[in-house]
Design a protein around this ligand. Sequence first.
Ligand code: SF4
Ligand code: SF4
Length: 493
Amino acid sequence: MSHNEQSGEEKPVQAPAGTDAYPPAHAAHHIPSEINELYAPENNGRHLAALLTDLGERNIYDAAAQCNRCGYCETSCPTYMLTGRETLSARGRNQFMRLLLEGKAKNSADAAEALNTCLLCGACSSACYAKVPTPDIVLEGRRTLSGYGDNFFSRAAVKTLLDAPGLFGFWLKLAYLAKKTGLPRLAARLGLYHLLGMPGLADAEGAVDRTPLRFAAELLRRDPSLRPQGKLAVNWAYFAACGPNYMFTDVALATVRVLRRHAGEGIFIENQCCGLMAHNYGRLEDAREFARRNILRYEELKAVFGDFPVVADCSSCAAFMKSYEQLFTGDEDWRPRAAAFAAAVRDILELIPAEKIDHAPADKLEAAGRITYHDSCRACHGQGIRPEPRAVLKKLAGRRYTELPESDWCCGGAGAFAFTQPELSAGVLDRKLRNIASVQADTVVVGATSCLIQINAGLKAAYPSARAVHYSVLLDQLTAGKELPPDNAKIKL
Ligand code: SF4
Ligand code: SF4
């Protein structure tokens, strides 16, 4: 049942605080460039040329204007449901964008709050008849806010990851070593992060309990069977997203084992970061550069092996790569290449057909207990993946599988949201935890690493007998020893 269906309540339509009353929905389709920061020449490269919406290609203003303020999505929006504030709903945010573009937003602090508190979960777009792409519109709005994504730390992190990934890994390992000494915890206790103006880092430090000193890419690179050299055909190429690569190496290795077991032999694509972090934190041109490098790598391999799926095991990254075409809407050369790459991307959640899965042995199921499934936002809202992982889990676990009420309610993780908006994040998480407790689940299966961190942090504090587990890890554990013959394994695009 969707959140909308749960509440028949009519909400009065109010204009956001700090703005004029709502203009008529048909007003001002032509926006002079002098009041429209998004189309100003100096902002070329800082904004998308156009959004690819369900109703066709639209400029940002027209995309926001597709919101007719019906309010049908209100009860799907976690930040609205938590606060009851119109400005923190999809309708309010789209309205702010229109007013920003028309030069009518009177209070930029209100606009900044509305845009910065969006989880980018996409629940509103799923509920919306017009499929208004509110998360993309919000991101465009954030890029107009002065200073967004332009601080020293985000610039340094993105540039190092892009141009010197080895150095990025080195710094990360140093940070992990420092964490093992307990120094960051001491810094948090002494309030140093607050003094530095970065209170979110204290929470981030506490939530991270994985500090691998060997990253997944390093381990996979050492495996000669994952190299393309000497291969005649490739059934899949594994894409190591940053979460599984730098933190959840067990997820990356489990995904590769699952792929081998159920899809035959494949390769490690030796990718760069997908660019999502740069994209979501205001560095669009850097995101495009990450995308170009991944597309080039794919094209090199495709020229040798023909079509194969590029498989990622973090739904946020898979969804973002499936939207690469939108990054290049103003670029005739890269746009079709990005579209071809996007068409090859698969989330591990959708890849393994349930027909290839047998019921798991009783002793393994005993250890997993009661299993339920949390729809990571970028899997269900971002990619439309809902039935596929459920079919596999039901086949594996039978009656031990149970549906999670409001399974597509965001967990509040949303990348760095848990650290930038801790109170909102905690409120959103609380509803998820109550739902998990209501079905007495022991194992909560997720598809994104942000959900793993967030839900496990919540469970540890409120419901310690349960744990969140990545889909690949559970599938690997429950199907070990079930290797299929290679001719039965090929998965077609
Ligand atoms: S985003 Fe869609 S569902 Fe929500 S208020 Fe706008 S038109 Fe209605
Ligand atoms: S993306 Fe999520 S938080 Fe943002 S407006 Fe839509 S439902 Fe609300």
